[in-house]
Design a protein around this ligand. Structure first.
Ligand code: ADP
Ligand code: MG
Length: 247
């Protein structure tokens, strides 16, 4: 892979939602390049289209116009089956509200993407190795002592850690994080950002995080802003980068 080419790129993305004959243009020409190993923040006010953009980048939704390129190959127009496979192999997702399944233990939640993807036979053959991997991931995010707890027995920060472990079970190249600290106290949110930073540095995990919380973006490599349907480089408006956090 060529180092100077982006791992993921959005080219002139447009997205309009249509409801009851009302058109809501959300993205009106987004260009964005994300490089391997980067931890990128995308900031913007509520309703500016951050989640929409993240969904398009992760092929959860399709743009009306424009392209998404992964390793220079177009991925937004793949046939559904191929796109689903690429998504599972390439992207991990975490969200503001964790989306853990309440009836399952932490360990089972982390294994869920594998259970869905594998045949019964495949699952039975691999389950020992997969449980080992899931346990290691939960250790890695600091939840080694909570393997058999249900989500309701976990704190918000712990639930987000479990969700991070689940997002990593398929060894994704890119983690897409939608307001991952949005439901947490400032200090717990900071712990999550530090964990993401460690994973980014130690596992060379590329991370794209959207947030409207300016307090947490200081520990990421680069900040861009979504405004009026487009992405602008936040370094061109330095006031945007205040305040930043230390540590
Ligand atoms: P953000 O994540 O920055 O808060 P979103 O991407 O969720 O913004 O939403 C951007 C705009 O698009 C908002 O005005 C929202 O109401 C609208 N929107 C989002 N999803 C849909 C949808 N599925 N149908 C119609 N409008 C939507
Ligand atoms: Mg959102």
């Amino acid at each position: 892979m060529l180092e100077n080419l982006p791992l993921l790129a959005a080219v002139n993305l447009h997205k309009t939602y249509r409801k009851h004959a009302i058109e809501v243009p959300v993205l009106t020409g987004v260009d964005l390049e994300v490089f391997a190993g980067e931890f990128l923040s995308i900031v913007g006010s509520s309703g500016s289209g951050k989640s929409t953009l993240l969904h398009l980048l992760g092929t959860l939704d399709k743009p009306d116009a424009g392209r998404i390129l992964f390793n220079t190959e177009r991925i937004d127009n793949l046939p559904a089956e191929q796109r689903d496979r690429l998504r599972n192999e390439t992207f991990g997702f975490i969200f503001q509200f964790y989306h853990l399944l309440p009836e399952l233990t932490t360990l089972e939640n982390v294994l869920m993407p594998k259970m869905i993807a594998l045949s019964v036979r495949g699952w039975l053959r691999q389950r020992r190795t997969l449980k080992q991997h899931a346990t290691e991931l939960l250790d890695r995010v600091g939840l080694g002592h909570r393997l058999h707890h249900k989500p309701r027995e976990l704190s918000g920060g712990e639930m987000q850690r479990a969700a991070i472990a689940r997002a990593l079970i398929n060894r994704p190249r890119i983690l897409l994080a939608d307001e991952p600290t949005g439901n947490l106290d400032a200090d717990k949110g900071l712990e999550i950002i530090r964990l993401l930073r460690d994973l980014n540095r130690q596992e060379q995990l590329t991370i794209i995080m959207v947030t409207h919380n300016m307090e947490i973006v200081g520990n990421t490599d680069r900040v861009v802003r979504l405004i009026k349907g487009r992405v602008e480089d936040a370094t061109k408006s330095p006031s945007l980068l205040q305040p930043t956090m230390t540590g």
